[in-house]
Design a binder for this molecule. Structure first.
Ligand SMILES: [Zn+2]
Length: 150
């Protein structure tokens, strides 16, 4: 059984499941999230089943972010948020999707990220990561050769 045999996003792309489709191009599709944080909360999904966004081919990445920008501009023009929040996870549905969420100060998502940033700045275990030697080690690890796409 392939990974995508029971994947809801693959079903949506194939037309086997319903979705509120907003926009699409050849490689990506934007749909409304059925559990929105705010009015117009969307997901931009790759049309190919790839669990993590960083494993997409370059043309798929370009498509994903081009579709995200197109819809974000529509959000700005029609919904008038302060800005459009973008993030990617994929733990619940391991098929590439990025979140596009029109946001304003003190909405639920804004409060969530404010709380997360407070947490990021306070625990001793995280503060230790700011040490110069550890920062330099991280910079060295990330500044090396680019691994191939799996
Ligand atoms: Zn899938």
């Amino acid at each position: 059984m392939a990974d995508n045999d029971r994947c809801v996003f693959c079903d949506i792309v194939a037309g086997r499941a319903d979705a509120y489709k907003v926009f699409e191009d050849e490689k990506s599709m934007c749909i409304l999230d059925i559990n929105p944080w705010t009015k117009g909360h969307c997901l931009v999904i790759s049309k190919r089943h790839v669990p993590w966004w960083h494993d997409l081919e370059e043309d798929e990445v370009l498509s994903l972010f081009r579709v995200a920008r197109t819809v974000a501009r529509r959000m700005m023009a029609t919904l008038s948020p302060e800005f459009v929040c973008l993030y990617a996870r994929g733990r619940r549905i391991p098929h590439t999707h990025i979140f596009l969420i029109p946001t304003v100060k003190d909405d639920a998502l804004d409060r969530f990220f404010n709380a997360l940033e407070k947490l990021q700045e306070s625990p001793p275990g995280l503060m230790a990561l700011r040490d110069g030697a550890r920062m330099e080690e991280a910079r060295r690890l990330l500044g090396g050769a680019i691994p191939p796409v799996p």
